[in-house]
Design a protein around this ligand. Structure first.
Ligand code: HEM
Length: 497
């Protein structure tokens, strides 16, 4: 016969199990009910692991969102607390510039923590008030005039690039080489000196690799930031964190500048401008923040430009008739030997080629409670726009929107241009739009004009399928091997005719 103690024990166990089951069911039911109207994958309604799992198993965000919108329509539930939208009508609400929806917790895993302190970075500041105050202090830093005062720095690295291509001629891994060029260029903009990545053909201290690993880490863990913190940013892990080579370099240049320069205000480079801002408002930007801002600008402004420029060249090689059109525009424009931005800025075909080449991106905001594309979205919900799907929206970009047709951007009425430009999110939009977009356009236009003016470009292996490499969830990597053959006079005349 069962003892009375055993009976109580088994009843308590049964009670605990039932209570736990009830709590679990209630927990998941509450999660489900919160956003029950928008359709989406069944498991995504209950757990963010569904979304994270898709990244871990190598699905790109572009592929995932394309499939989901195809199946479920323009508004999809991607997590218990997460919605994505594919129509341009969502943009003015998600990226509005007053009563701003702040960046969501998706950005927490991109933070770098060392010994309990967050290393300051533009992209991971979630406090919109602080970001606005910082931007006000840096007013004038990221403008056309400001960057054009450093145009000779960009000329310097473009000349180094041309020299390297002339000497090497063949079998050039274009993504790697343009990554080195872009890194040296942003170094010159940041400290008025480059790091010789291009001439040495080396990613010293894994600087470029490290930046791209940071982005990969962010994408793997963005959907589950609390677990990321527990695994990678707990106090023990933070103690083992070391400053990167770029962090050490920025700190060293900063100290040197502080010791050596009396008149910081007159410096043209980013370091000078960040230091001047810090002097004006040390409570907002302290000296350590200056180092953090330098590193984050250099990270944000190197791999992006290198990859987009490589992508443009490879895409043009896939479409020889478009390349011929661009060659004709550039070769008949009587550009200076080193094209100045004032000469290349108004080349319409070059401009349209670059418009098309910006990568799709997935910035996320946190709703403050709003109706987005006809759906009521409660406060605290993570919302974003599926740029890969929007970029192919025929209602905005016309028929065959998925094809590489630069002509799409030419001869538009003001209204048509406004509509397409508004939906083009390659640099994001709203308050957190890319602060380096003007520099990116200057660099890319100058470099592309100079390369196409100087060289006939072709794949090293004529049977190469010219497709980018897709590693896991991150955007495709363009690193095709190319030949650069210096143009002869007759070739120039023929292409320009
Ligand atoms: C073709 C080149 C570039 C592309 C496609 C690009 C794209 C973007 C995008 C999509 C964002 C928004 C990211 C997000 O909030 O999730 C962004 C932010 C940012 N970009 Fe760029 N960018 C480029 C070049 C540059 C350059 C050259 C610089 C440096 C001068 C730069 C500095 C930044 C910074 C600091 C942010 C963070 C701004 C903020 O959070 O408010 N970018 N960029």
């Amino acid at each position: 016969m069962m003892q009375i103690g055993d009976l109580i024990w088994s009843h308590s166990l049964a009670f605990t199990a039932s209570a736990l089951s009830l709590l679990t069911v209630t927990f998941f039911l509450k999660r489900y009910v919160r956003l029950r109207h928008p359709p989406g994958p069944f498991f995504a309604a209950f757990t963010d692991f569904w979304f994270a799992y898709k990244f871990w198993t190598g699905t790109t965000f572009a592929r995932l969102t394309t499939d989901l919108h195809h199946k479920y329509g323009p508004v999809v539930r991607l997590g218990p607390n997460r919605l994505i939208f594919s129509k341009a009508s969502a943009i003015p609400v998600i990226y509005r510039t007053t009563d701003v929806m702040p960046k969501s917790s998706f950005y927490l895993p991109i933070r770098v923590m060392i010994r309990g302190r967050e290393v300051t970075s533009f992209v991971s500041i979630l406090d919109e008030k602080r970001m606005s105050a910082v931007k006000r202090l840096l007013l004038g830093t990221f403008t056309m005039n400001s960057f054009l005062r450093q145009e000779s720095e960009l000329d310097h690295t473009i000349s180094s690039l041309v020299r390297y291509l002339e000497d090497t001629k063949t079998d050039i891994a274009i993504g790697t080489t343009l990554g080195y060029w872009a890194f040296d260029s942003i170094s010159r903009i940041a400290f008025t000196e480059d790091q010789a990545f291009l001439s040495q053909q080396q990613d010293f201290g894994n600087t470029i690799g490290g930046a791209s690993e940071r982005i990969t880490h962010w994408h793997y863990w963005g959907a589950i930031p609390t677990l990321e913190w527990l695994l990678f940013k707990n106090p023990i892990m933070q103690r083992t964190g070391n400053s990167s080579m770029l962090g050490a370099l920025a700190a060293q240049r900063l100290q040197k500048r502080l010791r050596g320069e009396k008149d910081l205000e007159s410096q043209l480079d980013l370091l000078g401008k960040y230091l001047a801002a810090s002097r004006r408002a040390p409570e907002l930007i302290n000296t350590t923040d200056v180092g953090g801002f330098l590193v984050s600008t250099m990270h944000a402004g190197s791999e992006t430009i290198g990859q987009v420029t490589a992508g443009i060249l490879v895409t043009l090689l896939q479409h020889s008739e478009k390349m011929a059109k661009l060659e004709k525009e550039i070769l008949s424009a009587s550009l200076s030997d080193m094209p100045q931005f004032s000469e290349v800025n108004s080349l319409p075909y070059l401009d349209s080629v670059i418009q098309l080449a910006r990568p799709s991106w997935k910035g996320r905001s946190q709703s403050l409670g709003a109706t987005i594309d006809g759906v009521w979205v409660p406060g605290g919900t993570n919302v974003s726009v599926s740029t890969a799907v929007l970029n192919r929206d025929a209602d905005v970009f016309g028929p065959v929107a998925e094809k590489f047709i630069p002509e799409r951007w030419i001869g538009l009425s003001e209204e048509q241009f406004r509509q397409m430009d508004h939906a083009e999110l390659g640099f994001s939009t709203g308050r957190r739009i890319c602060i380096g977009r003007i520099l990116a356009m200057i660099e890319m236009k100058k470099a592309l004009a100079r390369l196409i003016k100087t060289f006939k470009i072709a794949p090293t292996d004529p049977s190469d399928n010219l497709q980018p490499i897709v590693h896991g969830p991150i955007r495709p990597c363009y690193n095709t091997r190319l030949d650069f053959v210096r143009r002869e006079k007759e070739d120039v005349e023929k292409a320009a005719a």
